[in-house]
Design a protein around this ligand. Structure first.
Ligand code: GDG
Length: 448
């Protein structure tokens, strides 16, 4: 069998990467042995068609630089200011410009050009995420006949939302260049099939197969996962390394961990916690919420706004309820080391994972994997996270419904140990059987 060649926008170079994609893809590649190609994160003056080798690491990595203009128009522009909001149900935040789309096509074409000379006939190509929707299309134009798979880490928009995009039809044509289109959840598979048929005028052949142009593609769900076994061990070990003040307190700890993104529902979560505190004075001083939110995509306007809104809300809730010995919310606007995170999940009694829209949400899975099986914490999970399809034993909430979330916080805090164990058992079983190896093996088997 040929090599596995993975492509994603960003190649991990930093010592402490904090994206879900980085965590999941690293595991899959280490297993299958292959090459990972992506942008370096550095900027250059003139675009060049040369790939650079990154030394070290468990698999081969090749990278290239974007120009300042490409960074602005392809990355911050088309990918993060058009596709990301559209794919997360926020058409109101889309910022459509011709030069964004032009740069997006140019970068996808350049990457295709760099890839073609290194391809061997048996290589399997696995393209990741919304930055590279046009890559297979460009490769096909250049005559590539290899198997090409695509995995979208975000949700997929239905036909109504797709109408908001001036080039929705073109996106469907791009996608038809892939042999396999992998999505996170069944809801995304349904939306994708409907959009491909209604917007792209594809023919639905049944069982997830589509016919468009001269090509046939398959659309299916492959819910991404974590290395649950490894994370369980990490959390157990790191829990012991936590500062005493966190572990040896009678105060209940709730935790939220999300890149500071408007899709993650952090303001809604804060409002629900504020509502809970105003209803339940008996819980004052006995519970606190630790919210860890590393900044992301700084410079894109919608992200500056979400930061202000979150800071404002946490300040207001603390101002209203705090006393000299207790602040209800600790808001950390920085990334913290992965191992510390694992220990903190285990120390927490409640995990609040309440996105307004999320492809999967790996924090939900990490939180469960980190728990002490004898005395596990409770997961409160949004119905709009792809993870909700697999994790029905969590307390499922609608993040728009502040009152429901406030009463669910009480349910979680007051839940008996036996019910907590029952729910945990069901959840951890899913995570151990449907782990990251299951995910990549399933995808690659289907692609092959
Ligand atoms: C996209 C999709 C999909 C977070 N803060 C810190 C930190 N993290 C880590 C978490 C987790 C990862 O980042 C976040 O993954 P998510 O899945 O929750 O969310 P996105 O980043 O939006 O990822 C998502 C995912 O891709 C995979 O397909 O599930 O739906 O949006 O692993 O632990 N890690 C460290 N410090 C932090 O402060 N070290």
């Amino acid at each position: 069998m040929g090599r596995l060649i993975c492509l994603s926008n960003r190649i991990p170079t930093g010592a402490n990467p904090s994206g879900g994609l980085v965590v999941a893809l690293g595991d899959a590649l280490e297993q299958a042995g292959g090459i990972w190609i992506g942008t370096s994160g550095e900027l250059c003056d003139t675009p060049s068609d040369a790939l650079r080798e990154i030394e070290g690491g468990p698999f081969r990595r090749l990278c290239f630089d974007l120009t300042e203009e490409e960074q602005q128009n392809y990355y911050a522009g088309y990918a993060n200011s058009v596709l990301w909001p559209l794919f997360h149900g926020r058409t109101d935040l889309m910022d459509i410009h011709q030069e964004y789309l032009a740069a997006y096509k140019r970068v996808n074409r350049r990457l295709a050009r760099m890839l073609v000379p290194m391809l061997e006939p048996e290589d399997r190509i696995w393209v990741h995420d919304f930055h590279l929707l046009a890559l297979a299309y460009e490769l096909r134009v250049m005559g590539v006949t290899n198997r090409i798979g695509f995995f979208l880490h975000t949700p997929f928009p239905g036909p109504l939302a797709m109408q908001a995009l001036p080039n929705g039809r073109e996106i469907c044509q791009w996608l038809a260049g892939f042999d396999l289109i992998g999505l996170q959840a069944e809801r995304d598979t349904r939306a994708c099939l409907a959009s491909m048929v209604e917007i792209g005028e594809a023919i639905d052949l049944g069982s997830g197969y589509l016919h468009l142009g001269q090509r046939q593609s398959r659309v299916a769900a492959f819910p991404i996962a974590i290395n649950a076994r490894e994370f369980m061990d990490l959390a157990e070990e790191q829990f012991r390394a936590l500062p005493e003040g966190i572990v040896k307190t009678r105060r209940r700890l709730m935790i939220g961990v999300d890149r500071l993104d408007y899709s993650k529902g952090v303001p809604q979560r804060f409002r629900a916690f504020g509502e809970f505190l105003s209803r339940h004075e008996e819980w004052h001083r006995h519970v606190s919420l630790l919210q860890i939110s590393p900044p992301t995509r700084e410079g894109v306007q919608a992200y500056d706004q979400i930061r202000e809104e979150t800071e404002h809300l946490s300040g207001r809730i603390n101002g209203t309820f705090a006393d000299i010995q207790w602040a209800p919310i600790r808001f950390i606007n920085r990334a913290i080391p992965r191992e510390v995170l694992a220990g903190l999940y285990r120390a927490a009694h409640v995990g609040l994972v309440t996105p307004l829209m999320d492809g999967m949400n790996l924090v939900a899975k990490e939180f469960i994997a980190a728990q002490n099986p004898e005395d596990p914490g409770v997961l409160v999970l949004s119905q709009f996270a792809g993870a909700a399809e697999q994790m029905g034993q969590a307390l499922i909430v609608n993040p728009h419904d502040t009152e429901q979330m406030a009463s669910t916080i009480l349910t979680a805090l007051a839940m008996s140990q036996s019910e907590r164990r029952e729910r945990y058992q069901a959840l951890i079983e899913v995570l151990l059987t449907q782990d990251v190896h299951w995910w990549s093996e399933n995808f690659l088997r289907e692609l092959g």
